[in-house]
Design a protein around this ligand. Structure first.
Ligand SMILES: [Zn+2]
Length: 447
């Protein structure tokens, strides 16, 4: 099977090798990478030997990767605490590091993400693939709302430059400046979180500007789940009279690793030749076959990263996958994010993602605004039913008890969780310029 020719206007595509040839090429890189880990990464040397693997030959090829141990974010944090500043997992000398990004970290101590010059260039290629799939091309103007700052999202800006668009970085923190840029510069594309896309439209309307007049044709959302939820997407597309395309990445692996094409049928994998991807069953850690409709957690292995290569890194992103050829012609793996382990609650043994609750609540548009907050009764992951969910109504909607009951019924039947729905007037829940916080512990007692 030969790969289709890239669609016109797509400067960066990856479907150039047939799947078997790609797998063979990846296998060569993978074996060299394992050898590099033994040679240069003290963390992986210890970890692999502890798993009974004495050397690179003992690890074998990609067909045996499922026998190797996972890497978790907690291990990376611990590695940096014990061997500051970059951790014992780093596999490059300080002089080889070209860039150090950081993540904000919940404990106050940032975790550092080093890249060599080649790593930076690789991330730009991966990001360029992710962003150009939706039709973003030279000649178009794009407004971005990601702050360059210390975070990996800043690298998206270099990808935009690489794609060749006229890039207008506006950053976050000033919606008025953003709306002014929309009015005056008439961009074809806007890059932001899905939460912020909703907020910009609301703010503009309150200030006498309908964003449908902006001329924006494509909104490229990333940073949180939501852009792939059907009702949230439909509402954003109607509000903006534009198409919504989703992208996803993660700091420790690559800033923009997945990107949606114009068929809007899930995000295509963009790390071909750089990153190996697996799907696992999150509880048991067992590898799952990549089959149409399968769900599980994504696990990544760098096959080319120099500075901080990761082996079987658990992303905590839960996704649904598609492997069939997309309507766009590409055969790369596609995913849609279901939720993140970090946000997950366990209600009497049932795993519940707040984004899944929002997705169900959004079916009740136009009566609801799309803003929700899960307000657990106690701190921590484990909760007792019913789970309290604040649901904001659309402007002018009235808080009918029948609506609350219908929403609770839909949540119960889809997620097997009983919910206590509190209807709030329009505008009652906080808006975000970056990621929306779906869980609010302000009503929680200590666990
Ligand atoms: Zn496609």
């Amino acid at each position: 099977m030969t790969a289709p020719a890239p669609a016109p206007g797509i400067a960066y595509d990856d479907a150039t090798l047939a799947p078997a040839a790609q797998r063979a090429a990846d296998d060569v890189l993978y074996r060299a990478q394992i050898a590099r880990l033994f040679e240069r990464s003290p963390f992986y040397g210890v970890k692999l030997r502890a798993a009974g693997i004495a050397d690179a030959a003992g690890a074998g090829g990609l067909d045996r990767i499922a026998a190797l141990p996972f890497t978790t974010k907690d291990e990376l944090r611990q590695s940096q605490q014990e061997t500051p500043p970059l951790g014992a997992h780093a596999a490059a000398a300080r002089a080889e590091i070209a860039r150090v990004f950081s993540t904000s970290g919940t404990t106050g101590v940032p975790s550092y993400i080093p890249l060599t010059r080649r790593d930076v260039a690789d991330w730009v290629v991966i990001g360029s693939r992710s962003y150009s799939r939706c039709g973003l091309a030279p000649g178009q103007t794009l407004i971005s709302t990601y702050n360059a700052g210390p975070f990996v999202a800043g690298l998206a800006l270099e990808s935009f430059q690489n794609v060749g668009v006229t890039h207008v970085p506006v950053g976050t923190g000033n919606t008025e400046r953003l709306v002014t840029a929309l009015r005056l510069l008439k961009p074809q594309a806007l890059a932001c979180t899905p939460s912020y896309a909703g907020y910009i439209a609301e703010w503009a309307r309150q200030h006498g500007f309908d964003v449908r007049q902006s001329g924006v044709e494509r909104i490229m959302v990333a940073g949180e789940p939501g852009g792939g939820e059907p009702d949230m997407r439909r509402k954003l597309e109607e509000t903006w009279s534009a198409k919504v395309y989703e992208a996803m990445g993660l700091g420790d692996v690559a800033a923009s690793l997945w990107g949606e094409c114009q068929a809007q049928a899930g995000m295509h994998f963009s790390g071909t030749g750089f990153v190996h991807v697996e799907l696992i069953e999150p509880e048991s850690g067992q590898a799952l076959p990549l089959a149409d409709g399968a769900t599980g957690e994504l696990v990544y292995t760098h096959i080319r990263r120099e500075a901080a290569p990761l082996l079987r890194f658990r992303s905590r992103d839960h996704v649904r996958v598609w492997t069939e050829r997309c309507a766009c012609g590409r055969t790369t793996l596609r995913v849609r994010c279901i939720g993140r382990t970090d946000d997950m609650l366990i209600v009497r043994g049932v795993n519940v993602f707040p984004s899944a609750i929002r997705e169900i609540v959004n079916r009740f548009q136009p009566q609801v605004s799309g803003y929700i907050a899960v307000r657990p009764a106690r701190r921590g992951v484990k909760q007792e039913p019913p789970l309290r969910v604040a649901v904001e109504l659309a402007p002018g909607a009235t808080p009918e008890p029948a609506l609350a009951e219908a929403i609770a019924g839909a949540i119960r039947s889809a997620l097997v969780v009983s919910a206590d729905i509190v209807l709030l007037p329009s505008g009652a829940l906080p808006r975000s310029e970056y990621k929306s916080k779906l869980v609010d512990y302000s009503e929680a007692k200590a666990a």
